[in-house]
Every structure is written in C-alpha cells, then in structure tokens.
Design a protein around this ligand. Structure first.
Ligand SMILES: *Cc1c(COP(=O)(O)O)cnc(C)c1O
Length: 385
C-alpha cells in the first residue's frame, strides 16, 4: 500500500519526464551545518507537508541515518504514515489534536502536543485505559496565538501535568511568530515569556522538561532560544526562511525541479499564446512547450513572470501557465524535443531558486516547496550529479 504522499522512486522508463530530484548529500551537509551551529542542542528535523515537498518517507529514513533524535511532523496522519513505513524513532506531532485522535497517537507511539489542560487530562485517561504511557510535549503560546496554553496561564498546565500518572512529559515548547525578521524584539519578548513560564519548575525544584522553541529563523538568529532541541524545517532543505534573516549558517538547496521540452514551434506576430491571450510577440519567435503546470504546483500566478533554464540560458515563461503545460519563448535560439528544462536548480553557472519562484508568485518559498505535488515523481541521488 502506497499512501498518496509516498515518493515515487521505482522503475526507470515509466516516470514522467518531469522530476523533483532530491540530493540527499545536501540534506546531510545542511543537517551537519545546523548541528555544528547549535552546539550541544539536538536537531529535530521538521518533515511536515511531505518533508517540504522533498518526500516524507525518504527524508525521514535519511534523517534517521544521520542520527536525528526525533522527527517533527504537523499531523497525526503524517506520523502514522511514517510508522507504516517502518520508521521506529521518536516522532512528535506538533499540531493541534482532536480528542478522538488520541487512541491513534497511543497505538502508534506518537508524541503529541498538549495545548490545553483538558486535552492533557484526556490523553492521560486514554493512556490509562489502554495500559500504555503517553508521550507529551506541553505547548505554551508565547505570542503566536495559534495553539498552546498562554504563557500567563501555563502554570495550570504544568500543575495538571504533574498529576498525570500515565503520561511522560517529554518536552515543553513554544513557537515564534517573527524569528526570521530583521527586527527581533518581538521574538525576544517571546523568549522572555517562555522563560517566565518555565520558572515554575525552578520554584518547585522540579527538573524542567526538554525545552524547544527554535524554528529555522531562530536557529539562525537567536542562539538564546536553542535550548535542548531545535526544530528547523526549511533550513534543512537548504532554503532560508526569509530575505531579511541573517545567514549565519551556510546551507544549499537539496531540491532540483526539471522537465523536458515536449514541443517546438515557430510563432508568428499577432498570434497570442495560451488561455486569455495575455501575451503575443511583435516578431517571429521560436517557442517550446513544457509539460508542467499549476496542476503540479507550478503556480499560475507566475504566468508571464517566471523564467526557466534551457541549454544554459534563462528564458521567459510566456502566456498563462495551464494546468499541465506552459510555453517558453526562446527567441531565435535552438531547442529540441527532450531537452532538459530547469524550473528550480542549477544549470552550469546559472540557477533558479525557490525564492525566485516565490517572488514571481508573490508568495514565500515555503509555499512553493510544499505545493510541488505528488504528481511529480521524486528521485533521490547521493551527490550533486
Ligand atoms: C513548521 C514548524 C517548524 C519549522 O519551521 P521552519 O520555519 O520551516 O524552520 C518548527 N516548529 C513548528 C511548531 C512548526 O510548525
């Protein structure tokens, strides 16, 4: 049984000519660079949303091999998928939970985020009923206003956790709203609030559970937030979380997105291209068609803005991007059916980054990566080639 998110690696010959190629060696280098930077903190790779488009199961296996202590996902289903593919290491589901999901967390030995006193009590009861131990990380909201008990009410959650007899409190965590910004004042305020809440343990002379707070932005910019564990996502894949963030760690993109020319033609002036006829040439041009579209996650918003690499040069995407195809103006250069086209990645000394695509689509790199959908086969290589 292959779940929908499982990467396609399989046989040669039947793959689409459109591929995402994930360079596992780059993932290794990025992981090690982050580990080195955070010193004694441990690094929990965040693998939600199909490992930011890189393929959940393959990336999880690779991270397990690198000695990651724990994997982070957003949803229960992502955790179960990993278990079904034989991943046995600790997994933390960081998102909010529903009461009826609790038995599945316990059945699959998945760590969960307790973001209210009621949920925590429910978890403890469910663990007792099953005769197992629950693994819980207490979620404190220090300024994101998403999930978690507010820092000013955290004491009640900590108290409640002390009363849980069937639950291991494995961690206590919070999440930044602005750790990738140039102005870090609000992020620093969040750290203060987290520490203020954690003084509970000091006052009671109790050991503090493992603390974690740092996403990629904080890994790069806020060493005081690294604590015992950091939770980088996008940085691990070699992409910086924002343009403003200080690049204190050097990482390189692990993902390359390519396709191949499927059609060549000459287009006359006055003959507009694609839906809506939004583009036409005033002179004779050569044009190629690429079998990729917004149905793969190549956003329609990039129509008449995106560029691709072909034969070591950059060319513009012209006309509307369709669901499964788009057109590229190569002026009077040469191209042939089957030629490789780079949508994201390097070609010679040129490169197109997910940041470029994010600019063209008026979004952030995260959204570009996580929208390259499962219609695009993933292949895995160990080196740059
Ligand atoms: C997504 C997420 C992360 C990782 O964020 P990046 O910005 O990709 O590093 C860390 N922690 C939580 C709770 C998240 O939801």
């Amino acid at each position: 049984m292959d779940a929908p998110n499982h990467p396609t690696i399989t046989t040669k010959g039947v793959l689409r000519p459109t591929l995402v190629t994930v360079n596992l060696e780059r993932l290794t280098q990025n992981y090690r660079a982050i580990q080195q930077h955070v010193g004694n903190s441990r690094v929990m790779p965040v693998l939600k949303a199909n490992a930011y488009g890189h393929g959940l199961v393959e990336v999880a296996r690779h991270m397990a091999g690198l000695g990651a202590p724990m994997l982070g996902v957003a949803f229960l289903e992502e955790g179960i998928l990993l278990r079904e593919h034989g991943i046995q290491m600790p997994i933390l589901v960081m998102g909010g939970i529903l009461g009826d999901q609790i038995p599945l967390f316990l059945e699959h030995d998945l760590g969960l985020a307790a973001s209210s006193v009621e949920k925590l009590a429910q978890v403890d009861q469910a663990a007792e009923a099953r005769g197992v131990r629950a693994r819980v990380h207490l979620k404190i909201d220090t300024g994101m206003e998403r999930i978690g008990v507010h820092y000013y009410s955290a004491e009640a959650l900590f108290e409640a956790s002390l009363a849980c007899k069937h639950t291991d409190i494995e961690g206590v965590f919070s999440h930044f709203a602005n750790a990738d910004a140039a102005d870090l004042s609000s992020a620093r305020l969040q750290i203060e609030r987290f520490e203020e809440a954690l003084r509970f343990y000091e006052r009671r002379s109790l050991p503090t559970p493992m603390r974690h707070m740092a996403n990629s932005g904080a890994v790069l910019q806020l060493p005081e937030s690294h604590y015992e564990l950091v939770r980088p996502g996008i940085l691990l894949y070699g992409v910086y979380p924002s343009n403003e963030v200080k690049r204190t760690i050097e990482v390189k993109p692990a993902l390359r997105w390519t396709s191949r020319v499927v059609y060549f033609k000459v287009v006359k002036p006055g003959h507009p291209v694609s839906y809506g006829s939004t583009w036409e040439s005033d002179h004779l041009v050569r044009m190629v068609t690429i079998p990729v579209g917004y149905g793969d996650g190549y956003f329609r918003a990039m129509s008449n803005r995106a560029e691709v690499l072909l034969g070591g040069k950059r060319y513009p995407v012209v006309g509307r991007i369709c669901m499964d195809q788009f057109m590229v103006n190569i002026e009077w250069d040469s191209a042939y059916n089957g030629d490789e086209v780079v949508l994201v990645g390097e070609s010679g000394d040129m490169r197109i980054t997910v940041e470029d695509l994010a600019n063209w689509a008026d979004t952030i790199p995260y959204e570009i990566l996580t929208n390259i959908n499962t219609r695009v086969p993933r292949v895995y290589v160990r080196s740059g080639e």
